[in-house]
Structures are given as C-alpha cells and as structure tokens.
Ligand binder design. Sequence first.
Ligand code: ZN
Length: 180
Amino acid sequence: MNGVRAIMAAADTAARWHAEQRRKGVSQEPYVNHLLEVAHLISEATEGRDPDLVIAALLHDAIEDSGIAAEEIAARFGADVAALVVAVTDDKSLPKEERKRLQIVNTPKKAARVKLLKIADKTSNLRSMAASPPANWSDARRREYVQWARDVVAGARGGNPWLEATFDQAAALAEAAIPG
Ligand code: ZN
C-alpha cells in the first residue's frame, strides 16, 4: 500500500477503534485527537520518511485501550507496524505502579523508532495535562506525572533533537500550568 493511503486507512481505523473513548482531562477531548497529535509529531520528527511509524503512532493505544489483537494490526497494516505497537503496549495484567516503573526501566532497551513513539506520546500527554488536566488530579499528582514522563523520556533521548526539544517544551508548559 502506498504511504498516504496506508496512513489514511490507519487514521480512519483508529477513529473507529477509539470512537467511544475520551481523554481524561476536563474538556473530555475525543481520544482520536491524541492519536492524531502523536502521529503528527512523528511525521514532523521523521520529516515524512517513515510512514509505518506514523501508522504505528495512530494505532499505538489500540491494543492497550481498545483490546485490538496484535494479529489484527499485522493483518491490516503489516508486521512492522504491529511490532511497533506491541513495543509500546503495557502489560495490563500488572498493577499500574509496576507498569509505570517498567516503562522507565524498559524504554532505554527499546529500538530507536520505538523511542520516538514514546517521546511523542509523552509530549501529547503533557500538552493535554497543561491545557485540560483531569479534574480529580491534585497539584502533587500532576507534578508527579511530569516527573515520571521526564524519567521515561530520559531513557529515549539521543535520536531526535527536535522531538526531544518539543517534549521539553511540553514538560515546562505542563509544570507551569500547575497552580500550586
Ligand atoms: Zn498514547
């Protein structure tokens, strides 16, 4: 499949797979906004040279949040895309704190392209938290989230200065938006 067609097929599929989901923030943005933001960051970071990585960005939460099987992603978008999505999928059988700890531990061992996905995902999450934090999150919880995102991204640096600087801006913005 040609790159543009495959990317649009993935965008359409992602919108359907996540149609019922909203972001956690007070403005309850459609979840697809997050997927498009991550894909946009990846397409900019790679200057349009890695269509599979853009597709993986669109589908990066499909296994974790929509229960889509890796095999289905592989059948529709190829083994490369499916492997990228699997590489950023947490093991949901583990408790949340353990999953968060494992992201910090495992990110440095990931492939370079997977690291870009991690940075783009955290950048989008921090921007959302700055613009529309979850209503029930305390200042301390927000501060903790920024620190955790920084700790994960610390293990993903060294491959893309532009994306890393974009993340740093988002982290500074998220921090500045905490009132306390
Ligand atoms: Zn995500």
